[in-house]
Design a protein. Structure first.
Length: 136
């Protein structure tokens, strides 16, 4: 399992709440102190500011949340047939067309944003750890 697969698996199970809101505030929105963060993971007005930030990010395509009913299938993307959810689609240099589902639009937005920022940070960290090849 790759690092990005592990990040996706972990983030897909994160519950909404103040811990997620703090992480969004600090790692996605760039706020210094996320302790008084808006309720990004549960309130649509706050979550929409995350969408606005993500759609302007340079290295990611971020599809704003959509609702998927049981008539549509996300089976090819790894979700059980009959799944009903809000979902966001993200696409970047480090992963290709990833769909993140959740019970609410704000939670789908936050989970997708966290997958992006954690994957981006992980890739940057790996690049820093890779020693440069000597010049010949």
């Amino acid at each position: 399992m790759s690092v990005s697969d592990e990040i996706v698996r972990e983030v897909r199970s994160l519950p909404p709440g103040r811990e997620m809101d703090r992480e969004i505030a600090e790692r996605v929105m760039g706020l210094q102190n996320g302790s008084n963060a808006p309720r990004y993971s549960s309130e649509m007005a706050a979550a929409w500011s995350v969408v606005e930030k993500m759609v302007r990010a340079e290295d990611v395509y971020f599809g704003a949340p959509h609702y998927k009913s049981t008539r549509q299938s996300l089976g090819p993307l790894g979700y059980p047939v009959g799944t009903e959810c809000w979902y966001c689609v993200i696409n970047s240099k480090t992963f290709n067309k990833l769909v993140i589902c959740a019970d609410s639009a704000p939670l789908a937005i936050c989970r997708a944003a966290l997958v992006w920022v954690r994957t981006k940070e992980s890739a940057a960290s790996q690049q820093q750890q890779t020693p440069a090849s000597p010049d010949r």
